[in-house]
Design a protein around this ligand. Structure first.
Ligand SMILES: [Zn+2]
Length: 257
Protein backbone atom coordinates (compact mmCIF):
# COMPACT_ATOMS: atom_id res chain seq x y z
CA UNK A 1 0.00 0.00 0.00
CA UNK A 2 0.90 3.65 -0.20
CA UNK A 3 3.17 4.83 2.62
CA UNK A 4 3.90 8.42 1.63
CA UNK A 5 3.93 11.00 -1.16
CA UNK A 6 6.68 13.56 -1.83
CA UNK A 7 6.58 16.46 -4.26
CA UNK A 8 9.93 17.95 -5.20
CA UNK A 9 11.30 20.66 -7.41
CA UNK A 10 12.84 18.66 -10.26
CA UNK A 11 15.52 21.29 -10.91
CA UNK A 12 16.91 21.72 -7.38
CA UNK A 13 15.69 18.57 -5.61
CA UNK A 14 14.17 20.73 -2.85
CA UNK A 15 10.95 19.38 -1.35
CA UNK A 16 7.68 21.23 -2.01
CA UNK A 17 5.68 19.11 0.40
CA UNK A 18 5.26 15.56 1.62
CA UNK A 19 2.51 13.54 3.24
CA UNK A 20 2.71 10.35 5.26
CA UNK A 21 -0.32 8.06 5.09
CA UNK A 22 0.80 5.18 7.29
CA UNK A 23 0.56 5.23 11.06
CA UNK A 24 3.65 4.84 13.23
CA UNK A 25 2.97 1.64 15.13
CA UNK A 26 5.40 0.18 17.63
CA UNK A 27 4.71 -3.31 16.26
CA UNK A 28 5.46 -2.08 12.76
CA UNK A 29 8.90 -3.37 11.84
CA UNK A 30 9.19 -1.30 8.71
CA UNK A 31 9.42 2.09 10.39
CA UNK A 32 11.11 4.24 7.83
CA UNK A 33 14.33 6.00 8.67
CA UNK A 34 14.17 9.67 7.54
CA UNK A 35 17.84 9.58 6.44
CA UNK A 36 17.02 6.67 4.17
CA UNK A 37 14.25 8.73 2.61
CA UNK A 38 16.49 11.77 2.12
CA UNK A 39 19.16 9.58 0.53
CA UNK A 40 16.77 7.93 -1.85
CA UNK A 41 15.02 11.13 -2.82
CA UNK A 42 18.45 12.42 -3.72
CA UNK A 43 19.15 9.35 -5.82
CA UNK A 44 15.80 9.72 -7.55
CA UNK A 45 16.56 13.37 -8.15
CA UNK A 46 19.75 12.36 -9.99
CA UNK A 47 18.02 9.61 -11.97
CA UNK A 48 15.06 11.80 -12.84
CA UNK A 49 17.09 13.78 -15.40
CA UNK A 50 17.08 10.71 -17.59
CA UNK A 51 13.41 9.87 -16.95
CA UNK A 52 10.88 10.73 -19.59
CA UNK A 53 8.18 13.20 -18.59
CA UNK A 54 4.97 11.57 -17.34
CA UNK A 55 6.50 8.06 -17.32
CA UNK A 56 6.76 6.03 -14.10
CA UNK A 57 10.18 4.91 -12.93
CA UNK A 58 11.28 3.30 -9.70
CA UNK A 59 14.09 2.87 -7.19
CA UNK A 60 13.99 -0.06 -4.78
CA UNK A 61 15.13 -0.12 -1.14
CA UNK A 62 14.69 -3.53 0.51
CA UNK A 63 10.94 -4.16 0.74
CA UNK A 64 10.01 -0.59 -0.13
CA UNK A 65 9.96 1.08 -3.53
CA UNK A 66 10.06 4.73 -4.52
CA UNK A 67 7.96 5.16 -7.67
CA UNK A 68 8.31 8.53 -9.36
CA UNK A 69 7.34 10.55 -12.36
CA UNK A 70 8.74 13.80 -13.68
CA UNK A 71 5.97 16.20 -14.55
CA UNK A 72 4.97 19.63 -15.77
CA UNK A 73 7.63 19.73 -18.49
CA UNK A 74 10.36 18.61 -16.15
CA UNK A 75 9.52 20.99 -13.27
CA UNK A 76 7.96 18.68 -10.72
CA UNK A 77 9.00 15.34 -9.31
CA UNK A 78 6.13 13.30 -7.84
CA UNK A 79 7.40 10.42 -5.67
CA UNK A 80 5.34 7.68 -4.00
CA UNK A 81 6.79 5.41 -1.31
CA UNK A 82 5.07 2.02 -1.57
CA UNK A 83 5.47 -1.60 -0.45
CA UNK A 84 5.33 -4.76 -2.54
CA UNK A 85 1.61 -5.22 -1.75
CA UNK A 86 0.68 -2.11 -3.71
CA UNK A 87 -1.65 -2.54 -6.66
CA UNK A 88 0.00 -1.09 -9.79
CA UNK A 89 -3.22 0.35 -11.25
CA UNK A 90 -4.15 2.01 -7.97
CA UNK A 91 -0.72 3.62 -7.79
CA UNK A 92 -0.93 4.80 -11.38
CA UNK A 93 -4.37 6.34 -10.68
CA UNK A 94 -3.11 8.10 -7.56
CA UNK A 95 -0.04 9.56 -9.30
CA UNK A 96 -2.05 10.67 -12.35
CA UNK A 97 -4.64 12.34 -10.16
CA UNK A 98 -1.93 14.14 -8.13
CA UNK A 99 -0.34 15.30 -11.38
CA UNK A 100 -3.62 16.67 -12.78
CA UNK A 101 -4.60 18.47 -9.59
CA UNK A 102 -1.13 19.91 -9.00
CA UNK A 103 -0.96 21.24 -12.55
CA UNK A 104 -4.38 22.86 -12.10
CA UNK A 105 -3.52 24.47 -8.78
CA UNK A 106 0.06 25.55 -9.64
CA UNK A 107 0.18 25.95 -13.44
CA UNK A 108 3.48 27.82 -13.48
CA UNK A 109 5.01 26.35 -10.37
CA UNK A 110 8.65 27.23 -11.15
CA UNK A 111 7.87 30.93 -11.48
CA UNK A 112 5.41 31.06 -8.58
CA UNK A 113 7.45 29.29 -5.95
CA UNK A 114 9.96 31.27 -3.87
CA UNK A 115 11.53 28.40 -1.88
CA UNK A 116 8.69 28.75 0.60
CA UNK A 117 7.03 25.46 1.57
CA UNK A 118 3.99 27.32 3.00
CA UNK A 119 3.12 27.99 -0.64
CA UNK A 120 2.04 24.37 -1.09
CA UNK A 121 0.27 23.85 2.26
CA UNK A 122 -3.21 23.85 0.68
CA UNK A 123 -2.25 20.89 -1.43
CA UNK A 124 -2.05 18.56 1.59
CA UNK A 125 -5.86 18.52 1.76
CA UNK A 126 -5.96 17.63 -1.95
CA UNK A 127 -3.52 14.74 -1.37
CA UNK A 128 -5.83 13.43 1.36
CA UNK A 129 -8.89 13.68 -0.90
CA UNK A 130 -7.09 11.87 -3.72
CA UNK A 131 -5.94 9.12 -1.33
CA UNK A 132 -9.43 8.46 0.05
CA UNK A 133 -11.17 8.66 -3.33
CA UNK A 134 -8.76 6.36 -5.18
CA UNK A 135 -8.39 3.79 -2.38
CA UNK A 136 -12.19 3.61 -1.93
CA UNK A 137 -12.64 2.99 -5.66
CA UNK A 138 -9.96 0.31 -5.47
CA UNK A 139 -11.69 -1.42 -2.51
CA UNK A 140 -15.00 -1.48 -4.41
CA UNK A 141 -13.59 -2.72 -7.71
CA UNK A 142 -15.21 -6.14 -8.29
CA UNK A 143 -17.42 -5.55 -5.21
CA UNK A 144 -18.23 -7.60 -3.16
CA UNK A 145 -15.37 -9.87 -4.27
CA UNK A 146 -11.94 -8.92 -2.97
CA UNK A 147 -13.34 -6.27 -0.57
CA UNK A 148 -12.43 -8.20 2.59
CA UNK A 149 -8.98 -9.20 1.32
CA UNK A 150 -8.22 -5.61 0.33
CA UNK A 151 -9.45 -4.12 3.62
CA UNK A 152 -7.35 -6.65 5.59
CA UNK A 153 -4.25 -5.39 3.80
CA UNK A 154 -4.94 -1.87 5.12
CA UNK A 155 -4.68 -2.95 8.76
CA UNK A 156 -0.90 -3.34 9.23
CA UNK A 157 -0.21 0.11 7.82
CA UNK A 158 -3.04 2.57 8.42
CA UNK A 159 -4.71 3.89 11.57
CA UNK A 160 -8.17 2.65 12.60
CA UNK A 161 -9.42 6.16 11.89
CA UNK A 162 -8.16 6.08 8.29
CA UNK A 163 -9.75 2.64 7.84
CA UNK A 164 -13.04 3.95 9.24
CA UNK A 165 -13.10 6.91 6.81
CA UNK A 166 -12.57 4.45 3.94
CA UNK A 167 -15.53 2.47 5.32
CA UNK A 168 -17.71 5.61 5.36
CA UNK A 169 -16.75 6.36 1.74
CA UNK A 170 -17.41 2.78 0.65
CA UNK A 171 -20.84 2.63 2.33
CA UNK A 172 -21.85 6.03 0.94
CA UNK A 173 -20.63 5.15 -2.54
CA UNK A 174 -22.75 1.96 -2.65
CA UNK A 175 -25.81 3.85 -1.42
CA UNK A 176 -25.36 6.72 -3.89
CA UNK A 177 -24.27 4.83 -6.98
CA UNK A 178 -26.45 1.76 -6.64
CA UNK A 179 -29.38 3.25 -4.73
CA UNK A 180 -29.37 0.44 -2.17
CA UNK A 181 -31.17 0.80 1.18
CA UNK A 182 -31.17 -2.63 2.85
CA UNK A 183 -28.23 -2.62 5.27
CA UNK A 184 -28.58 -6.25 6.34
CA UNK A 185 -28.62 -7.44 2.74
CA UNK A 186 -25.55 -5.33 1.98
CA UNK A 187 -23.55 -6.56 4.98
CA UNK A 188 -24.41 -10.16 4.03
CA UNK A 189 -22.45 -9.62 0.85
CA UNK A 190 -19.24 -10.00 2.87
CA UNK A 191 -20.26 -11.24 6.37
CA UNK A 192 -23.06 -12.92 8.31
CA UNK A 193 -25.10 -10.13 9.85
CA UNK A 194 -28.22 -9.35 11.84
CA UNK A 195 -29.81 -5.90 12.03
CA UNK A 196 -32.32 -5.32 14.85
CA UNK A 197 -35.89 -4.30 13.98
CA UNK A 198 -35.39 -0.81 15.41
CA UNK A 199 -32.16 -0.56 13.40
CA UNK A 200 -30.31 0.52 16.54
CA UNK A 201 -28.09 -2.57 16.71
CA UNK A 202 -26.08 -4.38 14.07
CA UNK A 203 -24.44 -7.73 14.86
CA UNK A 204 -21.87 -9.50 12.75
CA UNK A 205 -22.13 -13.15 13.72
CA UNK A 206 -19.26 -13.89 11.37
CA UNK A 207 -16.99 -10.89 10.98
CA UNK A 208 -14.22 -11.36 8.40
CA UNK A 209 -12.20 -8.35 9.55
CA UNK A 210 -11.09 -9.45 13.04
CA UNK A 211 -10.99 -13.21 12.58
CA UNK A 212 -8.03 -14.74 14.40
CA UNK A 213 -6.95 -11.42 15.93
CA UNK A 214 -6.62 -10.37 19.56
CA UNK A 215 -7.01 -6.73 20.61
CA UNK A 216 -7.87 -4.83 23.76
CA UNK A 217 -10.28 -2.57 21.86
CA UNK A 218 -12.77 -3.31 19.05
CA UNK A 219 -11.02 -3.08 15.69
CA UNK A 220 -13.70 -3.48 13.02
CA UNK A 221 -13.68 0.21 12.12
CA UNK A 222 -14.27 -0.48 8.45
CA UNK A 223 -17.71 -1.84 9.39
CA UNK A 224 -18.39 1.08 11.77
CA UNK A 225 -17.69 3.44 8.88
CA UNK A 226 -19.57 1.34 6.34
CA UNK A 227 -22.77 1.43 8.43
CA UNK A 228 -22.43 5.23 8.86
CA UNK A 229 -21.84 5.82 5.16
CA UNK A 230 -24.54 3.43 4.00
CA UNK A 231 -27.19 4.90 6.34
CA UNK A 232 -25.87 8.46 5.84
CA UNK A 233 -25.36 9.00 9.58
CA UNK A 234 -23.28 11.66 11.38
CA UNK A 235 -19.78 11.23 12.84
CA UNK A 236 -20.52 9.62 16.24
CA UNK A 237 -23.71 7.73 15.37
CA UNK A 238 -22.15 4.24 15.23
CA UNK A 239 -19.95 2.56 17.82
CA UNK A 240 -18.59 -0.98 17.96
CA UNK A 241 -19.40 -2.21 21.49
CA UNK A 242 -18.35 -5.87 21.20
CA UNK A 243 -15.71 -7.51 19.04
CA UNK A 244 -14.43 -11.06 18.48
CA UNK A 245 -10.91 -9.68 18.76
CA UNK A 246 -11.68 -8.71 22.39
CA UNK A 247 -13.00 -12.18 23.24
CA UNK A 248 -16.71 -11.42 22.64
CA UNK A 249 -18.77 -13.94 20.68
CA UNK A 250 -20.11 -11.36 18.23
CA UNK A 251 -19.05 -8.04 16.70
CA UNK A 252 -21.81 -5.66 17.75
CA UNK A 253 -22.44 -2.08 16.61
CA UNK A 254 -24.68 0.37 18.44
CA UNK A 255 -26.47 2.85 16.18
CA UNK A 256 -27.76 6.11 17.64
CA UNK A 257 -29.88 8.28 15.40
ZN1 LIG B 1 -14.97 -6.87 15.48
Amino acid sequence: MLHAIFLLDAKSGIEYLSKQFYEDKSENETVIDPTLIAGFLNAIFSFSREARIGRLSEVQAEDLTFVYRVDQDGQVLIVALVDSETDKNLLEDILSSISTHFREQYPTVGAQWAYDSVFFEDFEVVLDQIFYKEVTEFLLEDYPDKLVARVLKLYPLYSLNTIEVLGVNAGASIREKEGKTDLNKELSQFSVSEVSKEKDKVDLIMCPFCRGKKRRKPMCNFVTGFIKGFLDLPENAVKETHCFACGDNVCSFKVTI
